[in-house]
Design a protein around this ligand. Sequence first.
Ligand SMILES: [Zn+2]
Length: 129
Amino acid sequence: MNPAPKPLRADVLSADPPGLKGIDCGQCHQRSFPARQNCPFCGSDAVEDVVLSPRGTVASWTVVHQAPPPLVTPYRLVTVDLEDGVRLLGAAAGAPQIDSAVEVELFEMRTDHDGDPLWWYRFREVTPA
Ligand SMILES: [Zn+2]
């Protein structure tokens, strides 16, 4: 069995189960991203780490033409509204449009100093069944 993927940033990605890591506020009941100690809406510290919904809808997009390695340009940067109410930015694989259904995909961004793969996220368009 393969070990759980190592996230590039532990406050952004959950390794097990794999996905985007956010918080669920016990005070105002809103979810947010990334994981942090206090709710960004009401300031409460009664927050719980959660793995956010992997599915969402594209709200806007643009094309990035310059970025540091290992990013390969051009790529599409999308704003996504996840099913659980969280809006966030991410790179997209392919060319999703506004209102496209997308899902979170983890991929190997680069390796660390030991040569172990480090994982990051992007959004991939979901084709209707
Ligand atoms: Zn709150």
